[in-house]
Design a protein around this ligand. Sequence first.
Ligand code: TRP
Length: 332
Amino acid sequence: MEVVFSGMRPTGRLHLGHMAGALSNWVLLQESHDCYYSIVDWHALMSDYADPSKLRGNTREVLLDWLAVGLDPNKCAIFVQSHVKEHAELHLALSMITPLGWLERCPTYKEQILNLQNKDLSTYGFLGYPVLMASDILVYKAHKVPVGEDQTAHLEISREIARRFNNYYGGGREIFPEPCILLTHNPKIPGTDGRKMSKSYGNSLDIADEMPVIDKKIRTMKTDPARERRTDPGEPDKCPVWDLQKFFNEDVPQMQEIASGCRSASIGCIDCKKALVAHVAERMAPIHERRERFAACGDELSDILAEGAKKAGARASRTMSEVREALCMTKL
Ligand code: TRP
């Protein structure tokens, strides 16, 4: 079976954008691939080193969201990056052969340094962000890496590092396969203000939000600005609520009624939103139920992470034996 690796930083509760994009893809992949999904706490620390106090809580929230949407610890390895020491060890080895220029030229690096002026990111560790990412992937010899568009530059560096390692130490053999990017399809999921859903915009519908909260957020959402009054006709294609309908509402006749009702002003935004909330409630019910069930059992969560780390560690330690051998570090 082909190996899949992906990771997410523990930034706290995930939202419906994560669910519609990355996570639904991960859930499908676990049926057909040998999947390793990691909460990458070292990566979080690279930018949030000044205050790690939220790390533990955020890791728990991400884990609960993963389990809630259907990642199944019996089908994939779910673990915390720092629990598998081999990530850090390979990171050190790969740092030896990674030219500074590759990292300095990385567009996300330049961008982050400029954009996050409130954090001092001119650290040795942060420059190496893509090296740690390469280690995450290569330590499992992963073939496929499902990520969004924003990670393409990082994936390219991973491939270059793999190639360089093979050239130096492979002796004609491919120690690391070059990982392929599996570009995540991200359906358009707007936040409550119509912009892209994002935690940093404060416009998100979270997976963990209970239905009354989601109901309130949707009821106060912006709609087509042309529909100022109930009697003004609207255009669904200019309305963020319609984008949510397209994701959650699978009732085709009802969708047609809503679209024509909006265009003719025979229904109001409130009617449209009520229908949407009903569909969201239906879709989220089993997800919320699972989340509550996992949140209620304390020890089981750490057992899941321990199992995941054990499975991941077994594969990672085999790779590291080969790496130490290739680097002539075997016992005398
Ligand atoms: N950098 C990725 C992100 O911010 C997270 C990540 C860390 C990752 N290591 C990885 C993704 C390895 C894929 C593979 O989304």
